[in-house]
Design a binder for this molecule. Structure first.
Ligand code: NOJ
Length: 558
């Protein structure tokens, strides 16, 4: 069947995803903590920006020792954030504006406070013992496997009560669930089904590689193949809601990522974050050389046409650079986070984009223009649309999880609570709400917010970017990335200058674009001007420092 964008069946192919931490977005009742009712009040804001998919970070009951990624009830809503009723109202309001809602699915582990783990620790023969992974002999040195090297020294912790060690890939207060246990898998499926029934359109699946790591010891229905579990989960999802997605966090080399998409069958994760591309982007930015990024994009494995890459330049964690070599990582650190206070776990940065770019609006806009024009589905982390900064004094990743800045008033309009009662303090420096906020930027036609809105809308008008075939175009400047996305007879060419120096470049049109009898020209989709293509099939482009151009190939007379 011919694909038609208007059917929207594969809505994730050109969605605009927006990630929100409910507790820091908008506080509707003045207790200092953002809530679901508050977020619902901001749905029109998200619709105005052009968001089509809202990703909620964990909203489940939690002792909050890993910002909600430590869950005590897979079926619950954290009472500080609201109720199931509030969640359903949010989903309904979003649906009304054409926005789908997905949520973090955190099932690699639970909180150590989860009733299952509490029961499991009671005795070795407790029925819940097998919900977790235990060993009776002392573990070997696993210090090289820990995710948080400043907090943990191994992935097994000793349980005094029962005299055995339990597995935890993350914090020791996050014991890993045992996926080899069919009862665990049953609970997970039930929880998925539960949230789908309440209206969610899918899940951002946390820590996928860790999750399936232990499945190979699993029971009959997933014999020996960890990926069979993901296939089973996807097929369950499809049975319950045909258009629901699994957007996976899989920070692995390309070859393995392809397997998590289900290879050529495309029957595992629907989407996956492009970590490799994101890391290469920062190397390119640091060097002012587009080649690392171009190389990473060209090396993306071929995926099933129904699957998709989620592109991003910032998420809620440390900006990880773990897939770069040590010397490459040091180059990025030197360029964008030279102080130890800006770095985390030796592998990442705890900064947001504008401060990293020295506040240069041309460079910041060029980066977001790249985000929206690279092949894939762009994902924004709340606050990026107004260029929020970070709080370097906040512990670890909390530096980039500060409250949303709505107005230039007390608490940035996030909450009416006294500042000392806020879940987290506002960004205190020149990026604070007096300087960076939604209200001011919405009124200013030249603001980042309005630029971002243009990008969102232009992206939505260019299905080639989400659906098309990607090629890097040859041109002489290493500072410049010129790429083309082609889909159903239509092409968009994007050109970005990663350097502060102006460049003048010549691009050759694709022979396919020139094949028609009519003249070919380029329509600049952001600057709204027409560019002539010479009779030799090339176009001359004068690029300012940090320039960004989006050009649609057109036929006929401008
Ligand atoms: C990945 C999440 O993005 C991160 O915030 C969390 O700490 C770990 N998974 C553990 O759930």
């Amino acid at each position: 069947m011919a694909r038609s964008v208007s059917t929207g069946d594969l809505w994730w192919k050109n969605a605009v995803i927006y990630c929100v931490d409910v507790e820091t977005y908008f506080d509707s009742d003045g207790d200092g903590v953002g809530d679901l009712v508050g977020l619902t009040k901001r749905i029109d804001y998200l619709a105005e920006l052009g968001v089509t998919c809202l990703w909620l970070m964990p909203f489940y009951p939690t002792p909050d020792r890993d910002d909600g990624y430590d869950v005590t009830d897979l079926f619950g809503v954290d009472s500080r954030l609201g109720t199931h009723g509030d969640l359903v109202e949010l989903v309904r309001a979003a649906d009304d504006r054409g926005i789908r809602v997905i949520a973090d699915l955190v099932v690699n582990h639970t909180s150590a406070q989860h009733p299952w783990f509490k029961a499991a620790r009671r005795s070795k023969d407790n029925p819940y013992r097998d919900y977790y992974v235990w060993r009776s002999d002392p573990p070997p040195d696993t210090s090289d496997k820990v995710v948080f090297p400043d907090k943990e020294d191994g992935i097994w912790s000793y349980d005094e009560r029962t005299g055995e060690w339990y597995l935890h890939h993350f914090f020791s207060h996050q014991p890993d669930l045992n996926f080899a246990n069919p009862a665990v898998r049953e609970h997970i499926a039930k929880s998925l089904g539960f949230w789908l029934q309440l209206g969610l359109a899918g899940f951002r699946v946390d820590a996928v590689p860790f999750l399936i790591a232990d499945v190979d010891t699993a029971a009959d229905d997933v014999p020996g193949d960890p990926h069979a579990y993901l296939k089973a989960l996807r097929s369950f999802l499809g049975r319950r809601r045909g258009d629901a997605i699994l957007l996976g966090e899989v920070n692995l080399p390309h070859k393995e990522q392809r397997a998590y998409f289900g290879g050529s069958d495309g029957d595992e994760l629907t989407m996956m974050f492009d970590f490799i591309g994101m890391e290469a982007l920062y190397l390119s930015l640091a060097r002012e050389d587009a080649r690392p990024l171009a190389k990473a994009l060209k090396a993306r494995p071929k995926i099933h046409p129904d699957c998709q890459w989620a592109t991003f330049v910032r998420n809620h964690d440390e900006l990880t650079l773990d897939k770069l070599s040590e010397s490459e990582r040091q180059e990025v650190f030197a360029a964008f986070g030279p102080e130890p206070s800006m770095q985390l776990y030796g592998r990442g940065l705890k900064r947001r984009v504008p401060p990293m770019m020295g506040g240069d609006p041309r460079r910041v806009r060029m980066i977001y223009s790249l985000l929206f024009s690279l092949p894939g589905t762009p994902t924004l982390y709340y606050g990026e649309e107004i260029g929020m900064g970070e709080d370097l004094e906040a512990e670890g990743r909390m530096a980039v999880r500060t409250p949303m800045q709505w107005e230039p008033t007390r608490n940035g309009g996030f909450s009416t609570a006294p500042p000392r009662r806020l879940i987290q303090r506002m960004v205190p420096d020149g990026y604070g709400p007096e300087h960076v906020n939604v209200a001011d930027q919405k009124r200013d036609p030249d603001s980042l917010w309005n630029f971002m809105r243009t990008l969102v809308q232009t992206y939505r008008e260019c299905p080639e970017l989400g659906w098309g075939e990607f090629t890097v175009l040859a041109q002489p400047h290493r500072e410049v990335l010129a790429h083309r996305c082609h889909w159903e007879g239509s092409s968009v060419v994007a050109v970005h200058n990663l350097s502060a120096q102006p460049a003048s470049t010549q691009l050759a049109m694709d022979p396919g674009d020139l094949a028609a009898d009519e003249p070919v020209w380029l329509e600049d989709l952001i600057a709204h001007e027409a560019l002539e293509v010479g009779t030799d099939g090339t176009v001359e482009l004068a690029l300012d420092g940090y320039a960004h151009r989006w050009l649609r190939v057109r036929q006929g007379t401008p």
